[in-house]
Design a protein around this ligand. Structure first.
Ligand code: TXA
Ligand code: MG
Length: 322
C-alpha cells in the first residue's frame, strides 16, 4: 500500500471508531477519535488501562487548541512556539466538548502536537483530535518499534502505521499549566532547563496533590525482568555476582562488552541519545530471553539525563504498586 493510501485508510478507520497505532518521535501511540466514546472505550479495553486514567489528545496544529483548551495562558503560548511540533505535552483547562473518558473526569486535558511526519499526516487527514496513549498494555514498556505494537496488541488494533524506530524513545515531557505555577509532571526530551529558559521561571515538581498520571505511578515503564541499576564501573561485577545466584542475567551494555559467564549481553550504547532511543527495545529483549534480572547503568550526564533516570527509577521500583 502506498504511503498516501495507508494514511487515508487510517483516517477512515478512526472516523468509523477504529483503533490505529502510529509512530511519533517519542513512542508509538494507540490512536482513537477523541470525540467518540465507543472508540475510546475500545482503546481503554485494548490497553487494559483503568478508565479513570486520562489520555493525551494529539492535534495537527496550534489553531485547534481553542477547541480543546478553554484558556491558553501566556506560558502555553511560549512553550508551544518554542517546542511544538515536538516531544512535549501540555496540561490545560479543558473545554466543555472534551469527553470525561479523555480526562479521567478531571477539569484538565493533555494536548500534544507531534512532529513525526506520519503522525502529522494522519492528524491532518483525520482533521480532529486523536486520543493516543502509548501503544502498550497498561503498566508495560512503551513501544518504540511497529513490531512491538503488533506483538503486544496484535488483533486489537485495526491498523499499525509502520515507521522507523522512534527517534527519542522516551515518552513526551509533560508540563501542567492548569495551576498558577507550571509543574513538570514527566521529564522528557524537552528538558527542564529548556522549559525554564523559555518561561523565565523555575518549574516545580508535582506534589502529593498532583493530577492523576499513570506515568507517575512507581513501577510503570517496567520490563518483566527485575531491573538492577548500578554505576557503569560496577555493571560487569554486579552481573557476574548475580549470575552466581540466578540462571539467566541480562546485562544491558555496549555491544563490544564481554559478558561474564552466565550473563546474556543485550546491546545498549552508552551514548545518552542512543541509550534513550533503544532502552525500551532492550527491556523487551531481556524479557524475550526470559531473564529474571537485568543489569543496566545510567549514561553520562546529558540533557536527556533527568528523563532517563526517571524511567530507570520507575522501571526498577518495587512492583506491588501497579
Ligand atoms: O510521548 C507520549 O506522550 C506518548 C505519545 C503516543 O504521544 N503518549 C503517552 O501517553 O505516553 P500515555 O497515556 O502512555 O501517557 C500520558 C500520560 C499519562 O501518565 C497520563 O496520566 C497523563 O499523561 N495525562 C494525560 N492527560 C492528563 C491530564 N489531564 N492531567 C494529568 N495527566 C495527564
Ligand atoms: Mg504509557
Amino acid at each position: 500500500m502506498s504511503f498516501d493510501r495507508a494514511i487515508s485508510e487510517a483516517a477512515a478507520i478512526l472516523r468509523t471508531g477504529g483503533l490505529v497505532a502510529f509512530p511519533t518521535e517519542t513512542v508509538y501511540g494507540l490512536g482513537a477519535d477523541a470525540d467518540n466514546t465507543a472508540a475510546l472505550a475500545r482503546m481503554f479495553a485494548a490497553k487494559g488501562r483503568p478508565a479513570d486514567h486520562p489520555v493525551i489528545v494529539h492535534l495537527a496544529h496550534v489553531s485547534q487548541l481553542n477547541d480543546w483548551a478553554r484558556t491558553i495562558p501566556p506560558a502555553a503560548e511560549k512553550l508551544a512556539n518554542a517546542f511544538w511540533p515536538g516531544p512535549m505535552s501540555l496540561i490545560l483547562p479543558r473545554t466543555a466538548r472534551v469527553l470525561d473518558q479523555v480526562t479521567g473526569g478531571q477539569d484538565t486535558v493533555g494536548l500534544r502536537i507531534p512532529s513525526h511526519p506520519i503522525a502529522q499526516q494522519l492528524l491532518q487527514a483525520f482533521g480532529g483530535g486523536i486520543a493516543a496513549p502509548s501503544a502498550n498494555r497498561f503498566g508495560r514498556v512503551s513501544p518504540t518499534r511497529a513490531e512491538h505494537v503488533r506483538e503486544e496488541l496484535g488483533a486489537q488494533v485495526d491498523l499499525v502505521l509502520e515507521g522507523a524506530d522512534c527517534e527519542v524513545g522516551l515518552e513526551s515531557t509533560i508540563i501542567d499549566l492548569s495551576h498558577d505555577l507550571p509543574r513538570l509532571l514527566r521529564p522528557g526530551a524537552v528538558t527542564r532547563e529548556q522549559i525554564e529558559a523559555v518561561l523565565g521561571t523555575t518549574l516545580s515538581d508535582p506534589g502529593s496533590n498532583a493530577p492523576r498520571a499513570s506515568g507517575s505511578l512507581e513501577s510503570h515503564y517496567a520490563p518483566q525482568a527485575r531491573l538492577v541499576v548500578v554505576p557503569v564501573q560496577e555493571r560487569i561485577a554486579c552481573a557476574a555476582d548475580l549470575a552466581q545466584r540466578h540462571a539467566k542475567i541480562a546485562l544491558l551494555a555496549p555491544a563490544q562488552t564481554a559478558p561474564p559467564r552466565g550473563v546474556i549481553l543485550i546491546p545498549l550504547p552508552d551514548d545518552p541519545v542512543l541509550f534513550a532511543q533503544r532502552l525500551y527495545a532492550a527491556f523487551r529483549m531481556a524479557d524475550a530471553e526470559g531473564c529474571p534480572v537485568a543489569v543496566v547503568s545510567p549514561p553520562r550526564e546529558s540533557g536527556l539525563g533527568e528523563a532517563i533516570l526517571d524511567r530507570l527509577r520507575k522501571a526498577s521500583a518495587p512492583r506491588s504498586e501497579i
